[in-house]
Design a protein around this ligand. Structure first.
Ligand SMILES: C[S@@+](CC[C@H](N)C(=O)[O-])C[C@H]1O[C@@H](n2cnc3c(N)ncnc32)[C@H](O)[C@@H]1O
Length: 384
């Protein structure tokens, strides 16, 4: 089957490497993700083990799309009864570049919401004509989630066997004010090259996402082992995926018990806000990583220097909450204090244009990424 594992901008190469690590060979690496040819057992493996993929999508159909009518007709070409019956709940999502004014001739698609409705109508009309019943819509917990991806004058339809996006691992029930997506945290940890040998520090750890993703990766804990997937409720084509997911999950849970009991990692987090730190503690416990991650309240502008050889990975405040001046003052103070750290690498994810000049140290590498819709940069500094 043709599969697309989607990645946030800038991380597709990391995702491709990760696919290779779990024995899935990428066919093509694109800006928005990795294309693969997978069978159902490999899809189950991807769902349970991939850390940096946002979604794993299974291809259904592609067609030229100028407007709402051609979208309806294209979506009606799929034999939906192969995949679901009207007693099941569906959700349709749409993304990408909608047909431009020049090509949308028939009936314009001005919004993704309208595009979703046209696909849903084609699906529901087809099943109603065949059975007299229509499936209901459940955006929060669908049995079958359909994704329409647009690229100007074409549309492709995909099934999303996960339902809820893959960053929903299950450990983060609550988070601080600007949490990092688990998948992006996993990508920056992978980009840092940290595998568990050196001490790891996040001195502005918020709800602990970077620490949890780093420790999970170092211990080889499968990120999907504690969650369920929509495909476990599929009844028609692909129904065998439920059993394959269950098999992978069982193996991953057993392996996690053994891995969590391994010698302790040296992973520590600091945050100035004790309230956020309580959330981080709860997340660490839910992730089963209480033995491996230590947290404490403190100020990253005054904390003692990490031991030489430490790797620092942090997602710094961007300024939405602190306000423009306050955040650049924080960057300058961090830069002055961290200039005294010796023999450490710092991987800093920031979304503020003035960060590098105000932090004031010389970066050795950088990577353009996006956090949600926000352009951000991952800077590498060699401290001391
Ligand atoms: C962008 S958030 C980090 C989010 C985190 N990666 C997560 O996923 O939840 C930045 C964090 O920096 C903390 N912070 C701000 N100033 C600090 C300082 N001087 N020392 C330590 N932490 C600080 C804030 O409390 C906040 O939790």
């Amino acid at each position: 089957m043709r599969v697309l594992a989607t990645a946030s901008a800038g991380t597709a190469r990391l995702l491709a490497e990760e696919c290779g690590d779990i024995g899935l060979r990428p066919r093509k690496v694109r800006a928005h993700g990795v294309e693969l040819d997978l069978d159902w057992p490999e899809i189950a493996r991807a769902l349970i083990y991939l850390r940096t993929a946002q979604r794993v999508l299974v291809f259904l159909q592609q067609f030229p799309c100028g407007g709402g009518n051609s979208l309806y007709e294209g979506a009606a070409q799929v034999c939906w009864a192969d995949w679901l019956d009207p007693g099941q709940r569906i959700a349709v999502a749409a993304s990408g570049r909608l047909p431009s004014k020049a090509v949308r001739g028939d009936s314009p698609i001005r919004t993704h919401v309208f595009a979703c409705q046209r696909v849903k109508d084609a699906l529901c009309d087809q099943l109603r004509d065949a059975t007299g019943e229509r499936p209901s819509v459940d955006l929060d917990d669908p049995d079958v989630r359909i994704v329409a991806r647009f690229s100007g004058d074409a549309c492709s339809l995909w099934l999303d066997p996960a339902g809820a996006a893959l960053h929903r691992r299950g450990y983060r029930v609550e988070s601080g004010p600007a949490p990092l997506r688990e998948t992006l945290a996993a990508a920056i940890v992978r980009a840092s090259g940290w595998h568990g040998e050196q001490p790891l520090r996040d001195l502005l750890c918020g709800s602990g996402t970077v620490l949890i993703e780093a420790a999970s990766a170092a211990l080889g804990l499968a990120p999907g082992r504690d969650r369920t997937f929509a495909a476990e409720r599929w009844r028609h084509r692909g129904h065998e995926l439920a059993g394959q997911i269950a098999t992978e999950r069982r193996a991953a849970v057993d392996a996690a018990h053994a891995a969590i009991a391994k010698p302790k990692l040296d992973v520590r987090g600091l945050d100035i806000d004790p309230r956020v730190l309580r959330l981080a503690e709860a997340n660490v416990q839910r992730a089963g990583l209480g033995r491996h991650i230590q947290l404490r309240a403190g100020d990253a502008r005054h904390t003692s220097a990490p031991e030489p050889g430490s790797v620092l990975i942090s997602n710094l405040p961007y300024g939405e909450r602190l306000g423009g001046d306050e955040v650049t003052v924080l960057y300058a103070e961090l830069g002055r204090h961290w200039a005294g750290f010796t023999g450490c690498e710092a991987h800093l994810l920031v979304g503020h244009d003035d960060f590098a000049p105000t932090f004031g140290l010389r970066w050795t590498d950088r990577m353009a990424l996006t956090n949600g819709s926000l352009p951000v940069t991952l800077f590498l500094y060699e401290l001391g």
